[in-house]
Design a protein around this ligand. Structure first.
Ligand code: Z5A
Length: 212
């Protein structure tokens, strides 16, 4: 059976994921690929409700364990309701974050053990992206970009040390799986970052790993 591909965008605060997402979608569509765009946490009614809870700056009471489980509750629903059916129908899915974010934020940031996250990944997500674009830039630059946009969400209120651990966890994952990850220098101007993301997607589409 022909199935679609799952492409994910990852990175720290202000890395530019939302900024490049539309360019990547347009590039895939220009290649004749039918694309569904989604985000995490979110993408379903349940997932968006979880998003409201985990990003609410008033919810300072959420434990690291609860946060991890909430991320996977949203993900389990998204996979079953949207991603798996789309892939089975031959459509491609482009997601703003996926399981790598749990390894980075709940693992690197909050100290949840990788083995615990891996167990949830195997059970609740039960899939890995085919291609992951990691938009990487120094923490200070990303936080400066989002600094002026009003009330920070619950996770954006974390310390610079937290975000440094998140970045280190993302980079470690990219180093461990170079065949899946493409690391993009996101400190460059928007047009250059968009072009790098589209080039990575073009190379993936052109590679032997995809149905032509
Ligand atoms: N989270 C988690 O902890 N665990 C999980 O498993 C998952 C998620 C799935 C989602 O919130 C939060 O959930 C997130 C991780 C956590 N942490 N927080 N907070 P979100 O989706 O609302 O937040 P985000 O993913 O971090 O999005 P963001 O902060 O908006 O970043 P972005 O989408 O990567 O950036 P952007 O909106 O495209 O750009 C930000 C600004 O920078 C904007 O003004 C742009 O015009 C500007 N920009 C973008 N690119 C450039 C360049 N190249 N140069 C200059 N300026 C630029």
């Amino acid at each position: 059976m022909t199935t679609g591909k799952l492409i994910t965008l990852e990175g720290g605060e202000g890395a530019g994921k939302s900024t490049v997402l539309d360019a990547v979608r347009q590039r895939l569509e220009a290649r004749g690929i039918d694309v569904v765009v989604t985000r995490e946490p979110g993408g379903t009614v349940l997932g968006e409700a979880v998003r409201d809870i985990v990003l609410d700056p008033a919810r300072r009471d959420i434990s690291a364990e609860s946060e991890l489980l909430l991320m996977f509750a949203a993900r389990a629903q998204l996979v079953r309701e949207l991603i798996r059916p789309a892939l089975d129908a031959g459509r491609w899915v482009l997601s703003d974050r996926f399981t790598d974010a749990s390894y980075a934020y709940q693992g690197g940031g909050r100290g949840q053990p990788d083995a615990r996250i891996a167990a949830l990944e195997a059970w609740a997500a039960a899939m890995k992206p085919d291609l992951t674009l990691l938009l990487d830039l120094p923490i200070g630059e990303g936080l400066a970009r989002i600094g002026g946009r009003g009330q920070a969400d619950r996770i954006e209120l974390e310390s610079n040390d937290f975000f440094e651990r998140v970045r280190a966890a993302y980079r470690a994952r990219a180093a461990a799986e170079p065949q899946r990850f493409r690391v993009i220098d996101a400190s460059r101007p928007v047009d250059a970052v968009r072009a790098a993301a589209c080039a990575a997607v073009d190379a993936f589409v052109d590679s032997g790993r995809t149905p032509a």
